[in-house]
Design a protein around this ligand. Structure first.
Ligand SMILES: C[S@@+](CC[C@H](N)C(=O)[O-])C[C@H]1O[C@@H](n2cnc3c(N)ncnc32)[C@H](O)[C@@H]1O
Length: 310
């Protein structure tokens, strides 16, 4: 146990991606100067891909991706990301795929370690941010335990994508000075935990909560939350077909709020949702790769939809 530990990035023994070059032209020519994986050990980049729209990956993440020799990517990531994969890279879709066989977590660790030990530059591309409900921490621990050098490049998590896309602040000086992040598969399991949650003034953001949102709303109401508290379900945030549905806690508890797309959804609850704004985009965001059928349909509808649950 330590009382105070201070570590500067520059003291880290690990090679890491170079900081962003402010000149975009120079950025595009970085390949020649980018840090190379050591012949002996290789290197792993755990990269946050963002919420599903390839143009929301970070520049640092994109640079690391474009240097990859091996890419392990989440099976559920939009195929449009593959536009950025180097042609010669070995690629493998891994991770959860509903109802279908998938590569298990231990095998993912093993694959990263083996490829890196063979001297390859490996990318593990994960949806959103690797360290938010993404098992990036477990992967980093496995790499560290195996003495494989690695870096973690953050991504735009669904929480940020959802609020910016639907148009409300996550914090607000007057009504929300706290953000609580929950995983919807595991709701509070005691009356005390429910009371704490219901009393937490601030914004609740619930990942993986579309199936349990009615139980969550009922639990919050039963433990003292206000029935008129605003609730929003943002589906496919920042992607073509983004749909935001606004309602209240009472309506959600009554079963009036439910997903309307097959894409991922994130739930928000809190007063800050009353401070809505309506972002417009001069240039519609385009997927990087050729437009697929579903993208085309979404764009024909104007790309984004907003609903009020009745
Ligand atoms: C396994 S978690 C991964 C979260 C990811 N690491 C992140 O930082 O966003 C998957 C959940 O994230 C949320 N999610 C991911 N992408 C989303 C999107 N584009 N729109 C809304 N919710 C999203 C959904 O709640 C989904 O069930």
């Amino acid at each position: 146990m330590w009382t105070l530990l201070r570590v500067r990035a520059s003291e880290s023994p690990m090679p890491r991606s170079k900081p962003v070059e402010p000149n975009p032209a120079a950025f595009l020519q970085q390949e020649a100067t980018a840090p190379r994986a050591s012949e002996a050990t290789g290197f792993v980049s755990l990269i946050g891909a963002g919420p599903g729209c390839p143009d929301l990956i970070t520049i640092r993440g994109l640079r690391a991706l474009q240097r990859a020799q091996v890419i392990l990517f989440d099976a559920l990531l939009d195929p449009a990301y593959q536009e950025f994969f180097p042609a010669q890279a070995q690629t493998l879709a891994v991770g959860k795929r509903c109802g279908q066989a998938s590569v298990g977590q231990a095998d993912i660790h093993q694959l990263m370690i083996e490829h890196a030990r063979a001297g390859r530059r490996v990318v593990r591309l994960k949806g959103g941010d690797p360290l938010v409900f993404g098992r990036g921490g477990e992967e980093a621990e496995a790499l560290e335990a195996a003495d494989v050098p690695f870096e973690v490049i953050p991504g735009v998590s669904a929480l940020l994508a959802g609020a910016a896309g639907a148009g409300f602040p996550l914090t607000h000086r007057a009504v929300s000075r706290r953000i609580t992040i929950l995983e919807g598969h595991h709701l509070p399991d005691s009356a005390a935990a429910w009371r704490d949650l219901a009393a937490s003034s601030g914004t609740l953001a619930v990942y993986m909560g579309t199936r349990t949102l009615q139980s969550l709303a009922q639990g919050l109401l039963e433990h003292g939350a206000a029935p008129d508290l605003p609730v929003a379900l943002v589906e496919q945030a920042q992607c073509p077909g983004q749909t935001s549905t606004f309602s209240t806690l009472a309506h959600a508890a009554a079963g009036a709020l439910h997903p309307v797309t097959a894409g991922p959804g994130i739930l928000f609850i809190g007063e800050s949702l009353n401070h809505r704004f309506h972002p417009t985009s001069e240039v519609p965001h385009e997927p990087a790769a050729p437009v697929s059928g579903s993208h085309r349909e979404a764009r024909a509808r104007g790309g984004r939809r907003e609903r009020r649950a009745s």
